[in-house]
Design a protein around this ligand. Structure first.
Ligand SMILES: Cc1ncc(COP(=O)(O)O)c(C=O)c1O
Length: 462
């Protein structure tokens, strides 16, 4: 068994800028016709020249492609691009962000294991932990205060195997201190896995602060255009798995019957990456379509430009909302008054993302009026789109939580979540201003020429 050579990356001699890397990293050329864009290799398998080559590819002495469930040139180019942008050692794509999180964690965790998580995480991930991993005998425990190292330390048990967190949790943007958590994990000989979907590598590289596994939903800002679903797990290649045979016994077992070589012996610090890629992703078949990889690659080429506009627009929208008398709180750490502002300045000097919530004093009824009144923001459950989106989490993404859990998380009835897009920010403000006028009982005209006053127009019908 081999790890395909193109699943791993080599650092270039020159330190290229982000804008250059997002265009060029991962591209491997195309010998047949010289295509400048990595072609979409929509093929199930790859031809073996002869009997010996087939055996060599299965045996690992020939690193060529075999079958697209395990690897494919279009996927490899994107994996290398993302691994390079994150400063990781290698990346494995999965069919969705949820699949990537499942794959990343199942590479480390097995039945009987326990892991610790920050409390504010994507609700789909919470459901995965509580409803799916629990059925495999894997127990999750949530810390109360993720930025208190003692809260982590006192919960560590002999069977604890991993710390988990989310870089910019939405909708509350209650930022975590990534380096503090990584240090707390490493003090106990444990890896730290982090979902970095919202910042993307342009705003944050968690590996530079000690994270060992970085997870993304590529459906969001990386693809950016709301047209595709996907995910990726990136391995830093820094965690020393070889020190912990009792904790990670699967990496100390022979890789294949009839050969005593273990994962640790063959791959060293990349043992977890190799195991996760080959045994978990490869066998569960969480594959990514080459067509989707093409879309994500196209998105990544403009990532920095889009993220700059996303965060600039988010800041203006947050400041505007903060000035409205009907708004009791704006959960955007770019605001100096926000309790997470200091963490935002430390970890996100380019801006703390563009997905945040605000709460209306008028409760759910007020939220409903604003939600129904917007004409540019799209009513949709998604984030990281070039278009601005709006959602009412208490009745949608967070509706399966108990009232006590919603209260504890600050998911008040009047809370609305925005994913601020890259439109003209003056139009976003005009849209919100008009929606707030509707809330005040005024009868503002529609932003759309020809539409009647107060008439509801679909956002995508501009
Ligand atoms: C932070 C975060 N992580 C993971 C996911 C799951 O990603 P996907 O929808 O691609 O499965 C989402 C989806 O909204 C998310 O917001």
């Amino acid at each position: 068994m081999s790890l395909e050579s193109d699943a791993l990356i080599d650092a270039p001699a020159h330190e290229f800028g982000f804008d250059t890397e997002q265009l060029h990293a991962g591209y491997q050329g195309e010998a047949a016709h010289g295509a400048r864009i990595t072609p979409i290799y929509l093929t199930a398998g790859f031809i073996f020249d002869d009997f010996d080559q087939a055996a060599a590819r299965f045996g690992g002495s020939d690193a060529g492609y075999v079958y697209s469930r395990t690897n494919n040139p279009t996927l490899a180019a994107l994996e290398q691009s993302i691994a390079r942008l994150e400063r990781g050692a290698g990346a494995t794509l999965a069919g969705s962000g949820q699949a990537a999180i499942a794959v990343g964690l199942l590479g480390v965790l097995a039945a009987g294991d326990h892991f610790l998580s920050t409390p504010s995480i994507y609700e789909g991930t919470r459901a995965l932990f509580r409803g799916n991993l629990s059925r495999f005998g894997i127990e999750v425990e949530f810390v109360d205060d993720p930025n208190d190292p003692d809260d982590w330390a006192r919960r560590v048990r002999p069977n604890t195997k991993l710390f988990y967190g989310e870089a910019i949790p939405n909708p509350k943007n209650d930022l975590i201190d990534i380096e503090l958590i990584a240090n707390a994990a490493h003090a106990h000989g444990l890896p730290f896995a982090i979902d970095s979907t919202v910042p993307t590598p342009y705003l944050l590289r968690p590996i530079e602060y000690g994270a060992d596994i970085v997870l993304h939903s590529t459906s969001k800002f990386l693809a950016g255009h709301g047209s595709t679903i996907g995910g990726v797990t990136v391995d830093a290649g820094n965690f020393d798995w070889s020190k912990h045979p009792e904790r990670f016994p699967h990496l100390f077992k022979p890789m294949v019957a009839g050969d005593p070589t273990t994962w640790i012996e063959k791959f060293g610090p990349l043992a977890n990456f190799a195991f996760t890629r080959s045994v978990v992703a490869g066998r569960l078949g969480t594959s990514f379509s080459p067509f989707n990889a093409y879309q994500v690659q196209q998105g990544i080429e403009t990532l920095s430009l889009r993220m700059e506009r996303h965060v600039a627009n988010a800041q203006v929208v947050a400041e505007w909302l903060d000035r409205q008398p009907e708004v009791s709180s704006v959960d955007y750490p770019g605001l100096p008054s926000n309790p997470y502002h200091a963490l935002a300045q430390r970890y996100y000097p380019k801006g703390p993302g563009s997905v945040f919530a605000f709460t209306l004093t008028g409760g759910q009824e007020a939220a409903k009026v604003v939600y129904n009144a917007v004409e540019v923001f799209t009513r949709m459950t998604h984030i990281g789109d070039v278009r601005s989106l709006i959602l009412h989490p208490p009745t949608t993404t967070h509706s399966k939580l108990s009232q006590a859990e919603r209260d504890a998380g600050g998911i008040w009835p009047g809370l609305l979540r925005l994913s601020v897009g890259i439109e003209d920010v003056s139009d976003l403000i005009a849209d919100l201003d008009r929606a707030f006028k509707v809330l005040r009982g005024e009868n503002p005209p529609s932003l759309h020429a020809g539409a009647g006053a107060g008439e509801r127009v679909q956002a995508d019908g501009l």
